[in-house]
Ligand binder design. Structure first.
Ligand SMILES: Cc1cc2nc3c(=O)[nH]c(=O)nc-3n(C[C@H](O)[C@H](O)[C@H](O)COP(=O)(O)O)c2cc1C
Length: 350
């Protein structure tokens, strides 16, 4: 793989939408709600954030079930809404509603491996039928004037790597950008992301920006993704859950080759508390506690918290209990190092 001489920190342009960076908060079901998006955006570096996947059918037929996931605010711009479904007409109707609600962009999930989606013709099922996928995207592009992007995997399995052909077809259908998670559906999250396969997608398209995705855990990984694949931008998912500063760090690193000072423990904890408080406002206590059981555990990695912290967080019953756990964190009762556990540290650039 050859090194690309282009500057790595260049703002991404999706159709008529110019982003402030080429870093994207990837959609993560159960996590990338407004509360978490603001935790990432507050520190800078996020060019675009994407909602968790919303079924097109629910968005059209039962909007009361989806409105929480569409909550946004002035500080949450630009926002792309991700929809899923196997029916082009429903996708187009959902897209119209997303545009009517004032969102900046629309993303179609064509990569999710979950059978609940693929059985209905959505998610990664689209990777098996590039021509049909292109027709669906054409229908959506015709229905709205906001940029329409797609997110795919490499293909269904190793015997059907369709991403390059699919990318070409989606570009011709009018997609403004394509995010490629460098694994197949069959791989799930196993193995490593295949950068050389993402590079093949970049080579296959004419002008459509390709956003590389998968296993970017630190700023140096973001640089490697850009250099090794020639992609225009990078989407970061899981790593942001423990370290919402990864966008700020990566954007700084891509521009300067160095990392800004790491946030202090107190700063991280303040943002964890803000995240949870905002979730309570958005979802109400019961749902917020359920969501934060998972989200709260992810912070253990960047903050060096022990297993007992995760055990408690995982089963927390109410807001008061989560606040008690966080008070114990503040008092230093959950530091992994004190218990002789391996202390997760901030990954260094390599
Ligand atoms: C918990 C979880 C939820 C996810 N939800 C979505 C989703 O709603 N839509 C989607 O396109 N991808 C979803 N993904 C895939 C991620 O967007 C991303 O492609 C994948 O995690 C690889 O990137 P990463 O290594 O940076 O996490 C999800 C992944 C995880 C782990």
């Amino acid at each position: 793989m050859s090194e690309t001489p282009r500057p790595l920190a260049r703002p991404l342009v999706l159709g008529g939408l110019r982003l402030a960076s080429n870093l994207v908060l990837a959609p993560l079901a159960g996590y990338t709600d407004l509360a978490f998006r603001l935790c990432c955006r507050a520190h800078g570096g996020v060019g675009l954030a994407v909602t968790e996947v919303i079924p097109a059918a629910a968005l059209v037929r039962a909007p009361e079930r989806t409105h929480r996931f569409l909550h946004t605010s002035e500080r949450d711009r630009p926002l792309s809404v991700q929809i899923d479904g196997g029916d082009p007409a429903l996708l187009a109707e959902a897209a119209r509603r997303v545009e009517a609600a004032g969102h900046a962009a629309l993303d179609i999930n064509m990569g999710c491996p979950v059978p609940r989606l693929t059985r209905k013709g959505g998610g990664a099922r689209w990777t098996t039928t590039p021509a049909q996928a292109a027709r669906a995207v054409e229908a959506v592009v015709e229905a709205v004037s906001i940029p329409v992007t797609c997110k795919i995997r490499l293909g269904w399995d190793d015997d059907s790597i369709t991403a390059p052909a699919l990318a070409r077809a989606l570009e011709r259908a009018g997609a403004s950008a394509l995010t490629v998670h460098g694994r197949t559906r069959e791989q799930g999250f196993r193995g490593r992301v295949r950068l050389e396969r993402i590079a093949e997608v970049v080579a296959a398209v004419e002008r459509m920006p390709v956003i590389g995705n998968g296993d970017v855990r630190c700023a140096a990984d973001a640089e490697r993704m850009l250099r090794a694949t020639g992609c225009a931008g990078v989407a970061i998912g899981r790593a942001a859950l423990s370290d919402p500063w990864i966008f700020r760090d990566s954007w700084h690193y891509l521009r300067t080759g160095s990392l800004p000072p790491a946030p202090s423990f107190a700063e991280r904890l303040a943002w964890v508390r803000r995240h949870f408080a905002h979730l309570c406002e958005l979802f109400g206590e019961r749902r917020a506690v359920l969501r934060f059981r998972k989200a709260g555990c992810h912070y253990a990695r960047s903050m060096g918290l022990d297993k007992a912290y995760r055990r408690r967080m995982n089963v927390a019953r109410d807001r008061a209990e989560i606040e008690r756990i966080l008070a114990d964190v503040e008092a230093g009762r959950h530091w992994a190092r004190q218990r002789g556990e391996r202390s997760p540290t901030r990954p260094a650039p390599h």
